[in-house]
Design a protein around this ligand. Sequence first.
Ligand SMILES: [Zn+2]
Length: 404
Amino acid sequence: MDADPNPPLVVTDARLRSGAVVDIHCAGGRVTAVVPAGEVRRPDGAEVVAADGGLVTESFVDAHLHLDKVHTLPLIGDAALQAYTGAGMADSARGIDLARAVKQHYRLDTLLPAIRSVLSDGLRNGVLHVQAFADVDTAAGLIGVQAVLAAREEFRGRVDVSVVAFPQDGVLRDPGAAELVEEAMAAGADVVGGIPWIEATQADREAHVEWACALAARLGRRVAMLTDDTADPSLDTTRMLAEAMRRHGLEGRGVACHARAVGHYEEARQTAVLELARDVGLGLVSDPHTGSVALPVERAVALGVAVALGQDDVEDAYYPFGRHNLLEVAFLAAHLLDMRSAPQLETLVDLVTTSAARVLGLADHGLRVGGPADLLVHDATRTVDLLARHAPPRVVVRGGLLLG
Ligand SMILES: [Zn+2]
């Protein structure tokens, strides 16, 4: 008789973030029981993972990663990076224009190895869900999205990759990009992307948001945009997106990434846009390590908005580092967002696990009885050590199986 391909698994002496030390029983790819350590007998033939009092968490969720661009910085040098991040991000739009030069190097056989290596790095780091942005524009055509779609299939069952067809250079300032996004959706992309803030006028920004939300509503898909990726408080495409979601019945199905300008709004206006995001279920993703300004993460969390931290970039024209390590992202955010107290450290871990899952609308995520047997066994016993060391988990469990 063949061995059961998915035998029961028990993680023993697992320390939850609540402090409880438990055994976590899994079968059929689900968590079947969470009980005080040693209380329930292990099933015969069960695989045993000894956590030895180490923290055990749900998997990490990367809500925003430019996956087609990873490791492309050496191809074009860092002039774009200097423009994007310099002068308090006042010239970030010019950085995006300079970064377009990388597209002349886009070929499936050069993009795929880098994409695979970043998804593999993430897997080792416990990142089992990724919202991957793939550029779709008149320079790249569909090559970037084709590479990311191919990687999505290769990693199916290990890493869930949700592919955003993303018109990086805009749709009004890049005629033809809107049609390419529709082609990318027909080719299998999951989410309609957008970047309204980069358009030339307020009317064009409104038209960009309207186009993307109408398309998402027509296709029955989610929408994910980069909004207000600069310190300029005159930009308000986060508000536009939230209002368009309501007009098109997209409540709970939208994400705004970056939204840095919101951090420079005066308080009443900031509160109004954050409350609007909360009320329409617009999730926000902050990436404070890739720019010099950030959306007000703690205020957004306090007001009940779903918020995540994302890796954003891995060695591309916008950021020279990145290991697809969300604990490293959270560690950097602790400094950049001034979040160092014990409760704030817990919030930071939420922002790359449970809260990030909420941003992406992932119903099947979280460490609970009946939830998926996607578990990370860490060496650290305290949240502060988890963040300070930002080490890969000792064991990654996916669907009740050990990944190694
Ligand atoms: Zn980004």
